[in-house]
Design a binder for this molecule. Structure first.
Ligand code: AP5
Length: 246
């Protein structure tokens, strides 16, 4: 190997090591016990396909909080209502969140809520629950994106049901078609991920969840993020909100 080849090799090695050190530092910081002031309690709001389920696991992993996705929790029991594009009764969903906050030890540093609250009634009940627990919400992050961009995101989405890992046929394809990269198990398409149901889900989002956004705007904890950018850019912008707060 010539001197310049060796130099290039060493430079690459150093840059790879720096990357690795950065990743390990982040991991170590995230696993440190957090004081109450460092805890994170946040909500992701956005239309179907905006990227809530793509970004929430990053928040969970970096801030060591639980990720509560009501759609995933309900999918088995409530397929019929979900396939119609409507919402489940507030009481059922609120009870599910209450149970998780009380019993799930992964929620001890806080939470990221994905798909809840979806009505003003749910938002008010969440406020009541948090007051009882002497906790408060840090932020509500709305993923902003035009409805037209969501059709291709939703109809191309593929899911690994056991882990919740999400892929996209075009934007984020698995290494092997219809196969989860990690487990090698088959991927599926959600039964509500078709153009007709999406239309109803979008209309439900605008009429019922739109007022939830106003509810949190008035409380001064709302943040909007352009969700039409790449997942990495969306994450960078989102992370800045949480880091400012902690
Ligand atoms: P739920 O499961 O919450 O569905 P949703 O809100 O419609 O949201 P999605 O999961 O479809 O979208 P997402 O924003 O997570 O997008 P993702 O990141 O996967 O709820 C389903 C149903 O359950 C409801 O309709 C209702 O019936 C019921 N329900 C749930 N909660 C309820 C509640 N609180 N009260 C009453 N009923 C309730 O991304 C989508 C695709 O796009 C993926 O393939 C991804 O790879 C790709 N993608 C993501 N980000 C980007 C990007 N930046 N660029 C390009 N592609 C991207």
């Amino acid at each position: 190997m010539g001197a310049s080849d060796e130099l290039d090799y060493l430079k690459t090695l150093v840059s790879q090591l720096n990357e690795k050190i950065k990743a390990l530092e982040l991991k170590a910081a995230a696993s440190m016990p957090r004081s109450p002031a460092q805890q994170l309690r946040t909500i992701l709001v956005g239309p179907p396909g905006a990227g809530k389920g793509t970004q929430a696991p990053r928040i969970r992993d970096e801030f060591c909080v639980c990720h509560l996705a009501t759609g995933d929790m309900l999918r088995e029991q409530a397929k019929k209502i979900m396939d119609s594009g409507g919402l489940l009764p507030d009481d059922i969903v609120v009870k599910m969140i209450r149970d998780q906050l009380e019993k799930n030890s992964a929620c001890k540093n806080g939470f990221v809520l994905d798909g809840f609250p979806r009505t003003v009634g749910q938002a008010q009940k969440l406020d009541g629950m948090l007051t009882e627990r002497k906790e408060k919400l840090d932020s509500v992050v709305q993923l902003l994106i035009d409805d037209q961009l969501l059709i291709s995101r939703i109809t191309g989405r593929l899911i690994h049901p056991a882990s919740g890992r999400t892929y996209h046929r075009e934007f984020s394809p698995p290494k092997k078609p219809m196969t989860d990269d990690v487990s090698g198990e088959p991927l599926i398409q959600r039964s509500d991920d078709n153009a007709e149901t999406l239309h109803k889900r979008l209309s439900t989002y605008h009429t019922q969840t739109g007022p939830v956004v106003e509810y949190y705007r008035k409380k001064g904890i709302w943040h909007g993020i352009d969700a039409a950018q790449s997942p990495a850019v969306v994450w960078d912008n989102m992370r800045k909100i949480f880091v400012q707060k902690s």
